[in-house]
Design a protein. Structure first.
Lengths: 70, 267
């Protein structure tokens, strides 16, 4: 019988240890490619550092910009 | 072999001299624990040559500044972070930089650089203890990483100081009772190791929540200090839009000098 232990990460995560360097890079790149699907959702947030979200940069509506230039 | 962009960048940042240590999420991959972050994060040398070199590398990649502090040692020395983004073959690549990583003392940071110099790795990345300290963020999932990192650390004293598992802590305490006495002063929950698993688990939960709140308070101090910078950003952002990165950097610095304090008092 196996001893119960506290689990933090999945078996799939921890399986990285069994990959060769080449396999690790291939998996890493594939993961990054798939993760691009959430780019829109996290467009204004930060993963690291002291900032949590990007301030909204409000652009004037196109028509207003046009009139403003006349 | 097809390279990984964060490995590639780390090699280029360190061309000719050690300037950058890959940290946070991509360092977690280098430790082969999990792939869990899209963005790259580095600890940089806090000197002008290192920062200029990194800026040139990013300029060659066509990167632009995201909202953040300029990549300038005056702000970075105050704990601020700088953020860039570029596109590469369909990938959105984000690069984040600090020179004073949170929760790492000046002495510990000196050791990080000395050890990285000695190790001469092609891709320097943060050691497990530094990474675990950096991961004491306000995100729950980072505590799972600390839990796994603690299992990889060889020194039992460091394991006692970082483990997130009540079972592991009880086993470590039984194996190293003398160490437990020695390190308990640095981690109060260790005084509860002999009170049973339920008590220890509650202490671990409370410790995690306190660490989360501490980091939230730290970030709040920076957010307060950046209020004027936030307000000015739409204008500053418009001024640097489309400029080569070097020019954008100079414009950013000129504006930040009047709007973003170098130093932030963290309460």
């Amino acid at each position: 019988m196996s001893v119960m232990r506290d689990e933090f990460l999945s078996e799939e995560d921890l399986d990285l240890r069994n990959l060769s360097d080449e396999e690790l890079v291939a998996y890493w790149n594939q993961w990054l490619e798939q993760a691009q699907a959430t780019n829109e959702a996290d467009a204004n947030t930060y993963s690291h550092g002291v900032f949590e979200c990007e301030p909204e940069v409000r652009r004037l509506p196109h028509v207003a910009e046009f009139h403003g230039q006349r | 072999m097809r390279a990984n962009i964060y490995q590639e960048l780390t090699v280029t940042f360190n061309s000719g001299r050690l300037r950058a240590i890959l940290s946070s999420g991509q360092a977690v991959v280098m430790h082969r624990l999990a792939v869990m972050s899209k963005d790259g994060d580095w600890i940089l040398r806090e000197d002008d040559e290192a920062l200029e070199h990194v800026l040139k590398v990013l300029a060659k990649r066509g990167a632009h500044y995201r909202f953040g502090a300029p990549l300038d040692r005056r702000w970075l020395a105050g704990g601020w972070s700088s953020h860039f983004e570029f596109r590469m073959k369909g990938l959105r690549v984000r690069t984040d930089f600090v020179t004073r990583p949170p929760r790492i003392s000046g002495r510990a940071l000196e050791s990080v650089w000395m050890n990285a110099e000695a190790a001469q790795q092609e891709i320097p990345f943060t050691d497990m203890i530094t990474l675990a300290e950096m991961k004491k963020t306000n995100r729950e999932r980072d505590y799972a990483v600390i839990g796994e990192l603690a299992r990889l650390i060889k020194d039992p004293a460091d394991c006692l100081l970082l483990s997130r598992s009540a079972r592991d802590l009880i086993a470590l305490a039984q194996e190293h009772p003398e160490l437990l006495e020695r390190v308990a002063a640095r981690r109060p929950l260790l005084n509860h190791v002999r009170d049973g698993r339920d008590v220890l688990e509650a202490e671990l939960d409370a410790e995690r929540r306190e660490l989360i709140h501490t980091n939230e308070r730290r970030l709040q101090c920076y957010m307060e200090a950046a209020k004027d910078w936030v307000s000015a950003w739409p204008d500053v952002s418009a001024k640097i839009s489309g400029l080569p990165l070097g020019e954008a950097h100079n414009v950013l610095v000129a504006h930040a000098e009047t709007l973003l304090p170098f130093h932030v008092e963290v309460s």
